[in-house]
Write a protein that binds this ligand. Structure first.
Ligand code: AVJ
Length: 322
């Protein structure tokens, strides 16, 4: 494992680890069949996600990065000197480096993640790139309420950073609970910067989740390969097709794996049947308008204070306060 020596603190709340086998067996037994998107990210899935961000159709990552560059002065002004950056789901080094590089002498970084290994590796990398920064780590499930009151968070104005439109992966009720949990970390002077992908023409969205090079298709289909490998599955992956579809009523892109013929398979010795055209629903990516996201934030007790968008109105960074 990774050492915790160079960290200012490490708090392990021992979050119950998710159970791939149980979730897949339950999801395949349900109607309609569904598997949570968090299981995309095995080694190959994580590499494929990185490749997705390089496709011409997937505008999300590059739009947010360009926006972060454009508004760096405003972020620095709002955060003030000596900020303590808190990142739930400590993720992309490119984004956190950009944010830290924009700020006026940031004092500390606190990462939170459900995976201890991922968290410690990310914090260790960060400490190598930002040697003078105080770095703390909290192993916890931030989709549940995480109480920071008794934790040794360094003094200073807090800036919670939640980029990437990860919020879009949650159902509205779950998203509200998550935001409420983050609200509880904030004091009146603190800020919360969150990246949110916007509603836009359906063709743009469907292409972003079904690129012509087939990278997103591979990413989606890799879930079946993972099931076969890790759960002793007999799924004929060649008999499935990737589909991305805009659900207007729910304002979300859905990804599915479509069975192209009737079939039987087993996973961990449990038998399943699918009929031609039946799908396994693997991801929802909710999209917001500025107003619909502000309404969600308000319903979680957060106050929208500022927002910035790219010139195409594809993506918005919202600054919220408690
Ligand atoms: C990582 C959840 C933000 O929804 O855009 C990208 C995941 N799935 N292409 C998104 C994803 C397919 C991504 N998030």
């Amino acid at each position: 494992g990774v050492s915790t020596d160079q960290l200012a603190f490490f708090s392990d709340l021992h979050p119950p680890s998710s159970d791939f086998r149980r979730d897949v067996l339950e999801g395949l037994a349900a109607t309609p069949k569904t598997i949570p998107p968090k299981y995309f990210y095995d080694r190959r899935g994580s590499a494929l996600f990185d490749d997705i961000t390089d496709t011409p159709e997937y505008y999300v990552m590059r739009t947010e990065l360009a926006l972060l560059d454009r508004i760096s002065d405003e972020i620095a002004k709002r955060a003030g000197p000596g900020a303590v950056v808190i990142e739930p789901g400590s993720g992309s080094s490119t984004k956190i480096d950009k944010l830290l590089g924009s700020l006026d002498d940031p004092a500390a970084y606190v990462g939170l993640d459900i995976s201890k290994d991922h968290l410690l590796a990310a914090c260790e990398d960060l400490s190598r790139r930002w040697p003078s920064l105080k770095i703390g780590a909290i192993c916890a499930d931030f989709t549940r309420h995480v109480d920071l009151h008794d934790m040794p968070i360094p003094e200073g104005r807090r800036l919670v950073f939640f980029p990437g439109s990860t919020i879009g992966n949650f159902e509205p009720d779950e998203a509200r609970e998550l935001l409420k949990g983050i609200r509880d970390w904030l004091r009146p002077e603190d800020g919360f910067l969150i990246g949110v992908d916007r509603v836009k023409p359906r063709g743009v969205l469907e292409a972003a989740y079904d690129d012509a090079g087939g990278v997103t298709a591979d990413f989606n289909l890799n879930l079946l390969t993972r099931i076969n490998r890790e759960l002793d599955g007999t799924i004929d992956t060649a008999a499935f097709e990737h589909r991305s579809i805009w659900n207007d009523a729910k304002s979300r892109i859905e990804m599915h794996l479509v069975a192209t013929r009737d079939m039987d398979f087993t996973v961990s010795e449990q038998a399943f049947t699918m009929t031609k055209g039946e799908t396994i629903h693997t991801e929802n990516s909710h999209k917001f308008t500025v107003a619909s996201f502000q309404a969600l934030a308000r319903s979680a007790g957060l106050e929208p204070v500022a927002d910035w968008s790219d010139d195409d109105s594809y993506f918005t960074l919202h600054w919220l306060e408690c």
